[in-house]
Design a protein around this ligand. Structure first.
Ligand SMILES: Cc1cc2nc3c(=O)[nH]c(=O)nc-3n(C[C@H](O)[C@H](O)[C@H](O)COP(=O)(O)OP(=O)(O)OC[C@H]3O[C@@H](n4cnc5c(N)ncnc54)[C@H](O)[C@@H]3O)c2cc1C
Length: 420
């Protein structure tokens, strides 16, 4: 009997395990490892602080997310011995594997910023990237009657890089509905030199920040947080005062990656950008936020990568070389408030472009706000549990398509598909 081991049963790991259970023969075990009992629908954390979801709506028992025949090992991985092809745990026997997928996501690291978890933590300093943080922030927002709310991204990369902007757009709507918007100053302090990384999208998103009167502070590299005094400091000695701080802390890869010295300085795993094969663990592929790839850390990316990894695992099981099928495809709905959203679709080579998605007639609008996009974002919650995680096909291809996109003049001769 051969073994495919999948480390981490979040978005990427669950899709891979469920798909591979269907595609591999009975001579293969599919073993997925994750210590946590519940699976969290992370995109819902954006809405939780504004009272639009209850925490229990975002959680499912992990045992119910696997197809029959997938074996779930409820343990925490503490190391990988790549040469011996073995996964190690704090307790119990190591797990030997023939093929491996690392899908262990990111760890939030507020501990890496001086003062961040000191006085004021979860009193006037909050994150919303964890269930505990988003729930505590919800209580704080509901009693916030006015003052300076600063949203600060400490360091990139972060998962869902548009989520900080979405939070501010929703905050504008939330405080307006509560009748206190004129007493709340909204500030976005980012290490980037614009609202977003991609110039086309940054222009559009920057314009929306202006329209919603969110003050943008760029190139702000946070060195220290003083929760008691209520200010952030940057390495170039700038200071931003706050009454309420919403922080997106530094992200790093899993602790076992750091311990095994397999990752880069933030413990992200060196990964081939097109085959998704690990560059330093024999017989392994990497999926989702755990990679060091220059595309967004997002559920959509984890999904597209999972499809490519499944094809390449089948090739590897036959002793064949993996194919360079991944093109960096990312697809993100950006909630802009008041029941609207815009949509970004891009890959390693192609910037987000205007147009329609996924067909030339839509129904979704690229780089343009619409109600349909908002409903698409909300509908994704149902699709996540019922189609995406079980590994059912969705009407969006793993590789980015140019169908429906309005190409800049000089590139209109491009073929239908962007090359990787
Ligand atoms: C507020 C917010 C909003 C978001 N909105 C969107 C959105 O609208 N669209 C979108 O596409 N994406 C969104 N995302 C991002 C998306 O949720 C992640 O990018 C996606 O879940 C990544 O999948 P993953 O499988 O790589 O990691 P995860 O889903 O995080 O799973 C990692 C798993 O690994 C497990 N693990 C960790 N360490 C170990 C260990 N030592 N041993 C065993 N298991 C371990 C964890 O328990 C976890 O289950 C959002 C994220 C946040 C926080």
């Amino acid at each position: 009997m051969k073994t495919l081991a999948v480390l981490g049963a979040g978005t990427g790991g669950t899709i891979v395990a469920n798909r591979m259970r269907k595609r591999l023969g009975k001579d293969w075990r599919v073993v997925v490892v994750d210590p946590r009992d519940q699976h969290l629908y992370q995109p819902g954390l954006l809405f939780l602080p504004f009272g639009r979801y209850e925490p229990e709506e975002l959680l499912r028992a992990r045992k119910d997310t696997f197809r029959s025949g997938v074996e779930w090992l409820r343990s925490e991985v503490v190391g990988i011995d790549g040469e011996a092809r073995r996964v190690e745990f704090a307790e119990g026997e190591p797990l030997s594997y023939d093929l491996l997928v690392v899908a262990s996501g990111v760890r939030l690291r507020p501990d890496l910023t001086e003062g961040l978890t000191g006085p004021g933590w979860r009193e006037k300093v909050f994150d919303f990237y964890s269930l505990e943080g988003a729930s505590a922030l919800r209580a704080a927002l509901s009693t916030f009657e006015g003052g300076r709310l600063v949203l600060n991204v400490v360091e990139n990369p972060i998962k869902c890089p548009v989520a900080p902007l979405e939070f501010l757009f929703l905050a504008d709507e939330y405080f307006t509905r509560r009748g206190v918007r004129d007493r709340v100053e909204l500030v976005y302090a980012t290490p980037l030199d614009a609202a977003f990384t991609k110039p086309q999208a940054a222009k559009k998103l920057g314009y929306l920040l202006e329209e919603k009167k969110v003050h943008l502070v760029t190139e702000f590299m946070t060195s220290e947080v003083d929760g008691a005094a209520g200010h952030l400091r940057s390495y170039d000695e700038r200071e931003e005062p706050f009454d309420l701080l919403v922080t997106i802390p530094t992200h790093s890869g899993a602790a076992f990656v750091e311990r095994s010295q397999l990752g880069d300085e933030l413990a992200f795993l060196p990964t081939d950008p097109h085959t998704l094969r690990s560059k330093n663990i024999p017989g392994a592929f990497v999926v989702g936020d755990a990679t060091d790839l220059p595309t967004s850390k997002a559920g959509s990316v984890a999904h597209f990568e999972a499809e490519v990894v499944c094809d390449n695992l089948l090739l590897a099981a036959k002793g064949e070389e993996p194919e360079p099928l991944f093109d960096g495809h990312a697809n993100c709905f950006v909630e802009t408030g008041w029941g609207k959203a815009l949509l970004l679709d891009f890959n390693y080579e192609t910037e987000p472009l205007p147009g329609r998605f996924p067909t030339p007639w839509g129904p979704f609008t690229l780089l343009e706000e619409s109600r349909r996009n908002h409903w698409g974002k909300l509908a994704f919650h149902w699709l996540y549990w019922n189609a995406l995680l079980p590994g059912r096909p969705l009407p969006v291809e793993a590789r980015m398509s140019l169908t429906g996109k309005e190409l800049p003049q000089e590139t209109t001769e491009q073929p239908e598909r962007a090359e990787a």
